[in-house]
Structures are given as C-alpha cells and as structure tokens.
Design a protein around this ligand. Structure first.
Ligand code: AMP
Length: 109
C-alpha cells in the first residue's frame, strides 16, 4: 500500500507544491503550525530517519539542501526558520514516510 506522500507524489491526492526535483517534493502542510510550513519528502520511500540506510546518504543530504533552497525561495533566510524531523510515536510521527518540516514566518518558541 502506498503512503500518503507516495500518493501525493503520484498526483493521486492534490497538494500545494513548493518545490520538486528528481529526488524530492516539497509541499505546503495541510495543517500549518506556522505562516510557512512545508514538508520536504524524498521520492524514494524511507519510512523514518532511524530506518535510513547507508545507501540513503545522498538523499538525506539532498533533503537538507532542498529545504534550504525552499526556505530561500519563500523568503525565510534572513529572519530564520526551523527544520524538524519526527521519528516514531513519541516523536509525533503520523505519516510513515520520512519528511522534513520547514517552519518559519514567525518567531518559533
Ligand atoms: P508528522 O506528524 O511528522 O508525521 O507530519 C505529518 C504532517 O503531514 C503533519 O504536519 C500533517 O499536517 C501533514 N499532512 C497530513 N496530510 C496531509 C496532506 N494531505 N497534505 C499536506 N500535508 C499533510
């Protein structure tokens, strides 16, 4: 069964896309916790950061580069922003497909 994000990547579910390239897609979160809340998602399924393997190294690095690029594109670079990755139940993970939260647009407590 596909994950929610695989279905978004396949355009089976609509999303507001902030960025897309060969390795990842970035979409605006449906339930934003800040004025800017974007999810940067690898196209190849990695369930969560603690399940990533050595062969995922380039994709993991790519997600951070893409998050920085999206932050610049959305005007967050000068005031700042936060990147968050939730792993597992206690981490608050709800979608079992790795994603980096990019949050900004207000001071974050
Ligand atoms: P996490 O709790 O770290 O697994 O994050 C999952 C995120 O996906 C949450 O912030 C949700 O608001 C977001 N989300 C759930 N469904 C959608 C959707 N259809 N489009 C965009 N974001 C979504």
């Amino acid at each position: 069964m596909k994950t929610l994000f695989e279905r978004i990547i396949a355009r089976e579910i609509p999303a507001k896309i902030a960025h897309e390239d060969e390795h990842c897609i970035a979409i605006h979160d449906i339930n934003p916790q800040a004025p800017v809340h974007v999810l940067v998602i690898p196209k190849r399924l990695i369930a969560r950061v603690g399940a990533a393997k050595a062969e995922d190294q380039a994709v993991l690095g790519h997600l951070l580069l893409a998050a920085g690029e999206v932050a610049r594109k959305l005007g967050l670079e000068s005031n700042g922003f936060r990147l968050v990755i939730n792993h597992g139940r206690d981490g608050g993970e709800t979608v079992p497909h790795l994603h980096v939260h990019l949050l900004g647009g207000r001071p974050l407590g």
